[in-house]
Design a protein around this ligand. Structure first.
Ligand code: ZN
Length: 133
């Protein structure tokens, strides 16, 4: 596993949170993107070598909608950059970590992603992401 690629933060309204994070980070949002398969709208900020990903639910029944209903806004996941997502998934599954998908799936910002169930990672939702080259 390489560096932390981004930290995902669940927000109620991108329309309010994008300007807030632009002020906070003193950098413009460089991309917004909807991932329809996940029911989520995302916004990205580059901060040094890392990124911040804001996540707004596109529907109440989406995973982000459920997360916000249960826990409110806040840190949702930590994403690690990996060179070979399939090899990393295999390595972690062999160690007993619970993967939320069995094959890598397309995520936001030109990535293949896989999530690890927080119950196998001390309550932290972990995302593996590999740049699609
Ligand atoms: Zn993410």
């Amino acid at each position: 596993m390489n560096k932390i690629e981004h930290i995902g933060i669940a927000v109620k309204e991108l329309g309010l949170s994008i300007p807030l994070f632009e002020q906070l980070l003193n950098t413009p949002c460089y991309k917004t993107e909807e991932v329809a398969s996940e029911g989520v709208k995302t916004a990205f900020f580059q901060q040094g070598p890392n990124k911040i990903e804001l996540l707004e639910a596109a529907s109440e029944n989406s995973p982000i909608g459920k997360f916000i209903a249960k826990k409110g806004e806040g840190i949702h996941h930590i994403a690690f950059d990996v060179d070979n997502i399939e090899a990393e998934m295999k390595r972690l599954a062999a160690l007993g970590f619970e993967l939320l998908n069995t094959v890598p799936k397309p995520g936001a910002d030109n990535k293949l992603v896989c999530f690890l169930h927080p119950k196998s990672t001390n309550g932290v939702l972990i995302e593996l992401c590999q740049e699609i080259r």
